[in-house]
Write a new protein. Structure first.
Length: 144
C-alpha cells in the first residue's frame, strides 16, 4: 500500500484503540490493555516524555518517543534521547520510521539540544546512518 498522507502528532488516549499498541508490538511485546497504556501515557506526559505517532487515515502506523535530559556538563546543555521507534508491520519500508526520527530530531533541535542519541539493534545501524546518525562509543547495560 502506498501512503498518500502521513500525519505526525503527539500520542493521545484515543490512539490506544487506533493501532498504537499493535504498532509498538512490532518493536517489543506491549502486553497492556488500552486503559493500562493510558495510565502510562499520563505518567510519561507528567515526566516530560513526548511520544509521537504517525497516522494514516486516523490509524496509528508508527511511533517514536523523545526524552530531553538537562546535563550538568556542557554548561547545562540538553541531550535528546530518541526511543521506541516502531512501524506497524503492514507499513514498513514506506518512510514512516524515517519521518518520525526526523520529526523527533527537529523537535530536539528546537528545544536547544546539542545532540540526539539512540540505541538500536545492529541490523538497524544502516537505517540510522542514512538518517545522519553515526556510531559513537559503546552502550553498556545491566538488566535489573
Amino acid at each position: 500500500m502506498l501512503l498518500t498522507q502521513i500525519d505526525i502528532g503527539e500520542l493521545n488516549g484515543l490512539d490506544m484503540s487506533r493501532g498504537f499498541l499493535e504498532t509498538l508490538s512490532s518493536l517489543a511485546d506491549a502486553d497492556l490493555t488500552c486503559d493500562e497504556a493510558v495510565k502510562i501515557l499520563r505518567n510519561r506526559i507528567r515526566a516530560g516524555i513526548v511520544t509521537y505517532v504517525a497516522r494514516v487515515d486516523g490509524q496509528v502506523v508508527g511511533t517514536a518517543s523523545l526524552l530531553v535530559e538537562d546535563k550538568f556538563i556542557h554548561n547545562g546543555g540538553r541531550v535528546a534521547h530518541i526511543e521506541d521507534v516502531a512501524t506497524h508491520r503492514d507499513f514498513t519500508k514506506q518512510g514512516i520510521g524515517a519521518a518520525l526520527v526526523h520529526h523527533a530530531t527537529e523537535r530536539a533541535r528546537e528545544l536547544g539540544c546539542y545532540k540526539a542519541i539512540l540505541n538500536c539493534a545492529e541490523n538497524l545501524v544502516p537505517f540510522y546512518e542514512r538518517l545522519g546518525f553515526q556510531r559513537h562509543e559503546q552502550e553498556m547495560r545491566i538488566d535489573l
